[in-house]
Design a protein around this ligand. Structure first.
Ligand code: DON
Length: 310
């Protein structure tokens, strides 16, 4: 394991990156997210040996948004097996914005390119076992409770309904995929489950622990229980490398080199074998939908502590 990063260093670095919070914009396409303050920053590391360090607004909750896609993928793999999942969703990066519909028409028979873009993530949510949207989300929450050992984690109804009411593009993706038999059942119900999944709220300490679990090959660091199989944890981390930061994944791999997943709430989770999980939060986003401060902080950490996997 590389050297541990101290609380003092994290305090100093949060101040260094704070001015960058004004280089981006808080997501406003989901009305409930637009209320967030760009300078509300936080960072946490859950080390491989179980120790933790955090700084900034580390008790404040934010929604997982697209970070939920990795967790939902792990559950869908456990529910259905690898063959079933990858018959319906591909494994290739898209190089397009996360909400793009364009590639769905190019693949015949239609198939979303990967589970990290919205089309693929919606198809993954559709595959999670559960008769009703609430049953699917309940199972996903139980899975997150197991991963974090925290049963208080819930979704924000305000953020979920705010997104549900305005998610016209995600409805379009679902209708297109229903027409082509990629998804089944009710579009509205799948969208309901997806928006609730995206609205699950955590703080950076809980998120870093999730990152650490993936880093530890799916095994909980406290109890040593295998919560996700090593193989499925590896699949999830590989998608983090190839598609976790959307159409910025290539530059991120070069500059930072940490398997990571971002969400439009401004959170990023990193997962480094034999190091642990890193979570950063800063709600201002760049034009690709990634946290400006999150990218800056991860780049500083990676360079200073030689964390790149490459
Ligand atoms: O599908 C959406 O629009 C969101 N709920 C999640 C998107 C997201 O977080 C993209 N991330 N950078």
């Amino acid at each position: 394991m590389s050297d541990k990063i101290s609380k003092e260093v994290l305090t100093e670095w949060l101040e260094i990156v704070r001015p960058f919070a004004h280089d981006g914009h808080v997501a406003d396409y989901i009305p409930a997210l637009a209320k967030k303050h760009p300078e509300d920053l936080a960072v946490a590391i859950h080390y491989h040996d179980g120790t933790t360090v955090s700084e900034g607004r580390d008790e404040d909750c934010f929604t997982l948004q697209s970070i939920s896609k990795v967790i939902a993928l792990a559950l869908a793999l456990m529910d259905n097996g690898e063959d079933y999942v990858f018959e319906r969703v591909g494994m290739e990066p898209s190089g397009d914005p996360f909400h793009s519909i364009y590639r769905l028409e190019q693949h015949n028979p239609s198939k979303p390119l990967n589970p990290m873009i919205n089309a693929g993530a919606l198809a993954v949510t559709n595959m999670i076992h559960g008769v009703t949207p609430d049953e699917k989300v309940g199972r996903l929450l139980s899975f997150i409770h197991e991963m974090t050992d925290d049963h208080s984690i819930r979704h924000s109804e305000e953020v979920a309904s705010s997104e549900f009411e305005t998610a016209f593009l995600n409805r379009a993706l679902l209708y297109y995929m229903k027409q082509h038999q990629v998804v089944d059942g009710s579009v509205e119900e799948t969208l309901d489950a997806y928006t609730k999944q995206c609205a699950i709220e955590v703080n950076v300490k809980q998120l870093a622990r999730i990152g650490a679990l993936f880093a530890n090959e799916g095994r909980d660091l406290d109890s040593n229980r295998q919560i996700i199989s090593k193989h499925f944890a590896r699949i999830c981390k590989t998608f983090m490398v190839t598609c976790g930061m959307y159409d910025a994944s290539g530059a991120f791999a070069i500059k930072v080199g940490i398997p990571a997943k971002s969400g439009v709430s401004g959170a990023v989770v990193g997962s480094l074998n034999k190091f642990g999980g890193i979570a950063v939060y800063g709600p201002a986003l760049d034009e690709k939908g990634n946290s400006v401060v999150g990218l800056k902080l991860l780049e500083m950490m990676s360079n200073r502590y030689d964390l790149s996997i490459f």
